[in-house]
Every structure is written in structure tokens, then in C-alpha cells.
Design a protein around this ligand. Structure first.
Ligand code: ATP
Length: 352
């Protein structure tokens, strides 16, 4: 099912939670809504589900305005982190729930429901768990059952609000890969809310980055990561070094050094803000041209690499660089050592 949102606004009291959100999702796409706490992700998802209503704007599913169509009739399945399973029902009863509450004329008969439940239990790889109660399952198993319950109604759209938020990192990673596979196999259109950038970039076809009730940018993971439209998007998608600069001669002057950079569209001369990812800093011998004279202030092992804190000698600002262990060994780098920080990829925005 394709989804088209235009100009959606939502106010709670005097607080504007959504400030004109427009979004287009094609059938079969997997979209991640990514943003910090309070940016409006859940509010938007609830409006899509029909659990809440916008103050203005249009909500079109497959060409039909669904604003006044109830949640039940929208054929939308949802899984929320805190939308717990019914504790007094077995796993099988939980999955069957959405079918059993259908109006009499539309309700499948008992044996059809039982077959569907078994099929879904197989799909979420928990065949032998139908008779258990939710408290007898692990967190990851519970979320798989919540997903089976959402899929029971054969939704055309699947909405997920941080469904794996409470699970540990390993289970979370396994489940999200599995979810992506399920989405592809079932031909669903899915919208997934997360504040975890790694999860969004790994899972989705498109990522909509939200801030303060607006969409800052929408694009493929590659587009938002490599061509962020705003400083907010750059900083939200991973650690970023932020440096003041001047835009001149088609380059960015940082301190006294003119460097090649990705400049804003018009690249008008003036003050700018330069952003550099930690893995886009290379350490060179002191005195190297086109690099910032610095000193290694601190180093520590960070997962597969080494995180290096550099202090610029010209203004004392701190830069964070991520290097491979081999680079550190080969360079013989030590705390206190003078170096030159070469910025290999710089993205510049006009100064605010
Ligand atoms: N029912 C409500 N009444 C009043 N304010 C609300 C209500 N629901 C949401 N808000 C406010 O609207 C804003 C957006 O909330 P929302 O839950 O959509 O954010 P979010 O991006 O999903 O955040 P999180 O990642 O923390 O879940 C927040 O400031 C929140 O306090």
C-alpha cells in the first residue's frame, strides 16, 4: 500500500508536536523514522495507525483519504515497545485476538483462525510456544509474538515503534535482520520508529530524519549519511567534529589552512561551520601542509579501533579521530606527541 502524507500538524495543548509533515512512501518500502526523543515520531505513527488524529493535513492510503477511517478498518498492524501482550491469554490466543474481535460477518471460523495462528507461529519460529503465557517467554520471544499478532490481520502496512528497544544489543541485531527479511517476503510496506541511527541505516530503504516536529531530510541511508542536508542531520547520524571556518575561493579555511571541502550549494564567501567524522581524520607528521597542527591528548581502544583525542595547537579545540590499531602501531603514536591532523572529508554549511 502506498502512503501519502501532506502538511500533517498536531498540537497537544499549546505544544506543537508536528509542524507540517509531508511524506511519500511507495508500496513495499521500508521507511525508518529517526530522531531524538520528543521529535514527534510516535505521534506521527499513531496518526498513521488511526490511534490519533491530526489537526490539519491529509493522509492518503492507496489514493483513498483515510482520515475518517477507523484504526481497525485501515488494515494496519502495529507493534509498540510498550504495547504488551495480554498476560491472561496464551500466545496462541494473543495472536488470534485481532481475528476473533472482527464483526461476525468478517470473522473467519475457528479452524481457519487456528490454521492462521499455527502458520504465524511457524513464521516467527516459535511453533512450540502456542500454549505458553507471555510471562513464560523471553523479551525477544515476546516481541516476535507481538509481531505475529500484528501480522494476523494480514495488514497492508506494518508500523513499528522501537519494537526491540528494550532488548540487548545482540538479540536486537538478530531480530532486525529477521524483520527485514519478513518485510521483503510478505511484500509489506513498513514504517519503523527508532532513535538509533545504526538501526535505521542498516534496516531501511529510506530514512526520514525528524527534529522538533519536522522532517529535516528524507533519503536513502547512503544519501542522508553522505549528503546530510543540515547540520542537525550530520550530527545526529554519528559522532561529528564541528569546526568554525571561512568559505573563500571555493575552499574552507580552517584556522590558517585552506582545505578542499564539500561546500553548500551556492558556496558564497562567508562564515561557515565545517563537520568532519572521526574516521575522516588522518594523522601526519608535524609540519605537513594542508593539515592542522595538533597534539595527541588522549588515546584509548574503542571496539575494533583506537579513538584519539587531539588538541589543536592554534586554538585549543578538541578533535576526535578514529584510527585502526595498525595505523597507531605503524605511526608509533603516543600521548603528548605533536602531529598534523589531516581532514580527508569535510562538509561545510553556512554559519547559522
Ligand atoms: N498525549 C499527549 N499529550 C501531551 N503532549 C504529548 C502527548 N503525546 C506526545 N506529546 C508531546 O509531543 C512531543 C512529541 O512526542 P512523541 O512521543 O511523538 O516523540 P518521539 O519522537 O516519539 O519521542 P520518543 O523517542 O521519546 O518516544 C513530545 O514533546 C511529547 O511530550
Amino acid at each position: 500500500m502506498s502512503i501519502n502524507l501532506t502538511g500533517i500538524t498536531k498540537t497537544f495543548g499549546s505544544y506543537q508536536a508536528l509542524r507540517g509533515v509531508s511524506l511519500q512512501i511507495e508500496k513495499g518500502q521500508f521507511l525508518a523514522l529517526l530522531g531524538p526523543s520528543g521529535s514527534g515520531k510516535t505521534t506521527l505513527l499513531r496518526i498513521l495507525a488511526g490511534l490519533d488524529f491530526p489537526d490539519s493535513g491529509h493522509l492518503i492510503f492507496d489514493g483513498t483519504d483515510v482520515q475518517h477511517i477507523s484504526a481497525r478498518d485501515r488494515r494496519v498492524g502495529f507493534v509498540f515497545q510498550h504495547y504488551a501482550l495480554f498476560r491472561h491469554m496464551t500466545v496462541a490466543e494473543n495472536i488470534a485476538f485481532g481475528l476473533k474481535v472482527r464483526p461476525r460477518g468478517e470473522r473467519p471460523n475457528k479452524s481457519v483462525i487456528a490454521d492462521r495462528v499455527n502458520e504465524l507461529l511457524r513464521l516467527v519460529q516459535l511453533e512450540q510456544f502456542g500454549g505458553r503465557y507471555p510471562t513464560q517467554l523471553s523479551g525477544g520471544q515476546r516481541q516476535r509474538i507481538a509481531l505475529a499478532r500484528a501480522l494476523a490481520i494480514e495488514p497492508k502496512v506494518l508500523l513499528l515503534d522501537e519494537p526491540f528497544g528494550a532488548l540487548d544489543a545482540k538479540v536486537r541485531k538478530d531480530l532486525r535482520r529477521w524483520l527485514r527479511q519478513l518485510h521483503d517476503e510478505m511484500g509489506l510496506t513498513s514504517i519503523f520508529v527508532t532513535h538509533d541511527q545504526e538501526e535505521a541505516l542498516e534496516l531501511a530503504d529510506y530514512v526520514a530524519v525528524m527534529s522538533e516536529g519536522r522532517i529535516e531530510q528524507i533519503g536513502t541511508p547512503d544519501q542522508v549519511y553522505h549528503n546530510p542536508a543540515t547540520p542537525f542531520v550530520f550530527e545526529f547520524l554519528g559522532h561529528a567534529n564541528r569546526l568554525t571556518c571561512r568559505i573563500a575561493n571555493g575552499k574552507a579555511a580552517i584556522g590558517d589552512v585552506e582545505m578542499t571541502a564539500q561546500l553548500p550549494g551556492d558556496s558564497k564567501p562567508g562564515d561557515g561551520v565545517a563537520f568532519v567524522r572521526p574516521h575522516d581524520i588522518a594523522l601526519q607528521p608535524p609540519g605537513t601542509s594542508q593539515a592542522l597542527p595538533s597534539r595527541i591528548r588522549y588515546m584509548f581502544t574503542a571496539g575494533p579501533g583506537v579513538r584519539v583525542e587531539l588538541e589543536r595547537l592554534d586554538n585549543g579545540e578538541i578533535l576526535i579521530a578514529d584510527l585502526a590499531h595498525e595505523q597507531v602501531q605503524k605511526g608509533g603514536f603516543e600521548i603528548g606527541q605533536p602531529v598534523a591532523a589531516q581532514l580527508t572529508q569535510i562538509t561545510v554549511f553556512p554559519a547559522p
